[in-house]
Design a protein around this ligand. Structure first.
Ligand code: CMP
Length: 139
């Protein structure tokens, strides 16, 4: 089915001017960028977005990193977009990411791993609504 998923190009990617190279990977995989904006998250906003991880030991570092520099938040659309995007991103830890994936090519570490993508249909819906209104989604 045609799905939508939330994607974030993280501060390590924007800092190194990699947004075009990463977007090319999405588009080559058949994912269409139907919404996109560059924003600088406050620590409170980053903390709210990653609230599900609030009890994890890496939460503080994650929030600090995500609010450190601009990010690009986007909605990707396509056939099986949620799983497709996860495939294109590669494993969370770049050391485990397959050849050709975004994290294998660009990620610096488990924390500075260049991209975030929704992990399931229900989280995709919530994460898209966190950043975008319906009017901003343009197929
Ligand atoms: P992301 O898909 O954005 O979701 C949560 C993020 O926490 C994850 O990518 C990683 O960048 C980051 N993170 C940092 N340390 C860990 C860890 N030990 N396990 C999982 N995620 C981690």
């Amino acid at each position: 089915a045609i799905e939508r998923t939330l994607s974030i190009l993280k501060p390590d990617a924007t800092r190194r001017n990699l947004t075009g190279k990463i977007n090319a990977k999405f588009e080559e995989a058949g994912l269409r960028i139907v919404a996109s904006k560059r924003i600088h998250l406050s620590p409170a906003q980053a903390g709210k977005f990653y609230e599900v991880h609030k009890d994890r030991p890496f939460y503080g570092e994650l929030v600090e990193f995500m609010a450190s520099e601009p990010v690009v938040v986007q909605v990707l659309e396509g056939e099986n977009a949620i799983a497709k995007n996860r495939e294109v991103m590669g494993a969370t830890n770049p050391a485990n990411a397959d050849e050709g994936t975004i994290r294998k090519e660009f990620a610096l570490s488990m924390g500075e791993n260049s991209v975030h993508g929704s992990d399931a249909a229900d989280t995709a819906k919530d994460e898209i609504a966190f950043f975008f209104s319906g009017l901003e989604l343009v197929g």
